[in-house]
Write a protein that binds this ligand. Structure first.
Ligand SMILES: *Cc1c(COP(=O)(O)O)cnc(C)c1O
Length: 359
């Protein structure tokens, strides 16, 4: 893939950039450039380019606005102490985007081209990758996404598709230290059914989760937990994070249902926990196992994971008419969290070969 570059003639000035990177928040500031490549059945992928960051002009009949044919990814670039910039297992994001694309009837973007696109954007905007000399956990959040850009109101896979990458500096997810998230168990809504889109990273799954998240917030909880759609019995995941249950004998169980979104953090933790001597089971895990395990003390820790928060301890679980308290410990959770963050930020040896140097 040949990528042309048109640099911006109005980059954010150095003084303003220092201010932004001192307190980036999440998802509000964007870098100077963006990556775009387009697809039609005749041309395949064409016109790969880096251009100044800016708004898109879309015809009101652009298909994605009506039928939500869209997929996305979420990943981060990290500045290591020696100044070099790295991403974490980017080829896994690339492969997952291919799987999501198949489910959404999109053309496939070659994983090598996906990684090249991300690398090209991070390289031109490398001054936007924050350092962590203060011991923090800042990064440059990367958002690759694909959408139906054909102007057509008929219902069929789009014949014009656009893939883009944008980037946004991100602060530590937890301000003032990691603290457990409280969860609301929704019995009204599910996020994914058999044969549905649960295993694809697509905006529609998030659209359907918002009302459940609203209920969680109304009940004073941070996040919502979804159960399987068929029996309403098996734990799936949070709106955007996978779950783990640590048992007193050291065993760790993480839900496997066929309808969860399998996180790259999730897969990495399975490997990491194995190396730390823990047996990890991927299987169906019922909500009764959760309630009884916490009550009996057999479940000693629960945590959630995803690119944004990395790993977060799970506190209490509330539902209509009841509550399961937070498990007693967060020791292993924090040990796994530190091990992963240290690899990502270049503070520990990358013994798994997970890191990819960008520049
Ligand atoms: C992205 C996502 C995750 C976490 O995946 P990571 O690759 O670890 O960031 C978990 N659940 C859902 C629904 C997601 O969209």
């Amino acid at each position: 893939m040949d990528i042309s570059t048109t640099p911006t003639d109005r980059p954010v000035d150095d003084g303003r950039l220092v201010e932004i990177l001192a307190n980036p928040g999440f998802g509000t500031h964007f870098t100077d450039h963006m990556f775009t490549v387009e697809w039609t059945p005749e041309k395949g992928w064409y016109d790969a380019r880096i251009t100044p960051y800016g708004p898109l002009t879309l015809d009101p009949a652009t298909a994605v606005l009506h039928y939500a044919q869209e997929t996305f990814e979420g990943m981060k670039a990290y500045r290591h102490p020696d100044g070099t910039v790295w991403t974490f297992r980017p080829e896994e994001n690339a492969k997952r985007m291919v799987r999501s694309s198949r489910r959404l009837a999109f053309p496939e973007l070659d994983p090598d081209d996906f990684v090249a696109a991300v690398d090209a954007l991070v390289t031109v905007d490398q001054r936007w990758v924050p350092d962590n000399a203060d011991g923090g956990e800042k990064s440059l959040y990367l958002r690759p996404f694909m959408f139906a850009s054909e102007v057509f109101l008929g219902v069929r896979p789009a014949q014009h598709v656009t893939f883009m990458v944008i980037a946004s500096p991100a602060g530590a997810y937890f301000k003032g230290g990691v603290k457990p998230v409280t969860l609301w168990l929704t019995e009204d809504y599910t996020r994914a059914g058999r044969g549905g889109m649960g295993a694809a990273k697509t905006g529609g799954n998030y659209a359907s989760s918002l009302v459940a998240q609203q209920q969680a917030t109304a009940h004073g909880c941070d996040q919502v937990v979804f159960l399987d759609a068929q029996e309403g019995r098996y734990v799936e995941e949070l709106g955007g994070m996978n779950l783990y249950f640590v048992h007193a004998d050291g065993r760790i169980v993480t839900p496997e249902t066929g309808t969860i979104l399998e996180g790259i953090t999730r897969a990495s933790i399975i490997e990491l926990a194995g190396k730390l001597g823990h047996q990890v089971e991927e299987r169906r895990f019922s909500i009764d196992e959760w309630r009884e395990g916490v009550a009996s003390g057999d479940i000693v820790e629960i945590f959630a994971c995803g690119t944004a928060a990395v790993v977060t301890p799970v506190g209490s679980l509330k539902w209509d008419g009841g509550e399961a308290p937070a498990p007693a410990s967060t020791d292993l959770t924090m040990r796994i969290r530190t091990a992963l963050v240290d690899i990502q930020l270049g503070r520990a040896d990358d013994t798994f070969g997970w890191m990819h140097q960008v520049c």
